[in-house]
Structures are given as C-alpha cells and as structure tokens.
Design a protein around this ligand. Sequence first.
Ligand code: AP5
Length: 197
Amino acid sequence: KLKNTKMTNLVLFGPPGAGKGTQATILKDHYNLKHISTGDVFRYNIKNETELGKLAKAYMDKGQLVPDTVTIDMLKAEVRQASEGNGFIFDGFPRTVAQAEALEEFLNEEGTQVSAMIALEVDDEILVQRLLERGKTSGRPDDANELVIRKRIKVYYEETAILKQFYLKENKYFGINGVGTIQEITNRLKEVIDQLV
Ligand code: AP5
C-alpha cells in the first residue's frame, strides 16, 4: 500500500492540445505531486525501442488509443514506483471507462482515491492550430499532419469525453476555460485545487 493515504490525486483532463502536459509540469512543483503522463511513458519506451514501445507506436502514429490492458498495467507500475509526495497528477489517463474503473479500483486497493478531475476546455480549431504549430519542432509523428491530429480529437469525443459523466456522478468534475495565457490557466487551476488540498 501507498504509505500516504491523505493524498491529492488529480486527473488533468481535456482533448489533445488542451494544455494538460504544460500545466501538469507547473502544478507538480507547486503542490509536490508526482506527474504521470501515459503519453510520455509511451514515448520514452518508443525511444528506447522496448517491446511496449513497439506495440504502442503502431497505435499512436495513427492517432488511436493503445489497448486498455497494456495501458492500465503500465499506469499501475508507474504509481507503484513513485516516491512519496502529496499525490499524483494523472495526465492523459484515464481515457476510457475501463481505465477509469481500473484506476478507481487500484487506488482503493492502495487506500486512496481520485480527488478531482479538472478539464481544460478548448475549441477544436484552437487545438488543431496548437498541435500543428508544435508539430513543426516536436518531432511527434502524431502532430505531423492535420489528419492524424483530427483523428486524435475524434477518438477523444468517441471514447474519452464520456468520462466527464463518470466523475460528475461522483461530484468530482471541474471544468475550466483552457484558453488564455499559460499563467492565466494555471491560476484558474490553482483556484480549484486550493479548495481540495
Ligand atoms: P498524449 O501524450 O497524452 O497526448 P494528447 O492527449 O494527444 O495530448 P497532448 O500532449 O497532445 O496535449 P496536452 O493536452 O498535453 O497539451 P500540451 O500541454 O502539450 O497521448 C499521445 C498518444 O499516446 C495517444 O494518442 C494514444 O495513442 C497514446 N495514449 C496516451 N495515453 C493513453 C491512454 N491512457 N490510453 C490509451 N492510449 C494512450 O500543449 C499542446 C501545445 O499547445 C504545446 O505546443 C503547448 O506549448 C501549447 N500550449 C499549451 N498551453 C497553451 C496556451 N495556454 N496557449 C497557447 N498555447 C498553449
């Protein structure tokens, strides 16, 4: 079991390009939380040519989700490896109902739970522009062309957006405007998080 059961565990939510990674990097230092980005873990495995990386790449390059079982096992391993902090920021996980259920069960077993899901709300056309811009320098194959970017957004609406209902039912959902300067959005997030910690 995780030693610290009074943790703040945040799910940072939103479509591709909403700013999850950007904000998680700022918030993890401010609140001493461990940032777990499933996308980053997959990219690390791709770079190191692991079996997991080879499997994930086939899905990621097409803008599809990596299968749940693989993703859930990986997430659990990341949580178990983490050194003690005040909790976790999950970025890019959960992305399906099966993943949300698995996370709930797993955290319960560990003696803790998700504190809140905070969603960054950004219009699709702004997402596409941000990701096309990032694609120029990031080297991310899934940012390289507009078709794949739009496919990722479509997958988000088809498989992931429903999770809003999952956390609404538990009174854990908070939506904030994800358009503005990075600092403005950080401040909006802190307003929500400060009420939870
Ligand atoms: P993942 O790595 O999670 O990517 P994503 O969800 O597509 O999100 P992004 O990293 O593109 O966007 P972000 O919201 O983090 O925004 P960011 O801060 O970078 O997933 C990639 C793939 O991995 C998936 O497609 C899937 O195949 C697989 N995968 C991952 N998790 C999985 C799971 N749980 N299950 C199954 N498969 C999974 O910002 C975007 C850009 O905008 C940046 O250039 C940034 O500088 C800029 N920006 C940020 N904030 C602002 C702002 N306020 N104003 C202007 N620009 C801004």
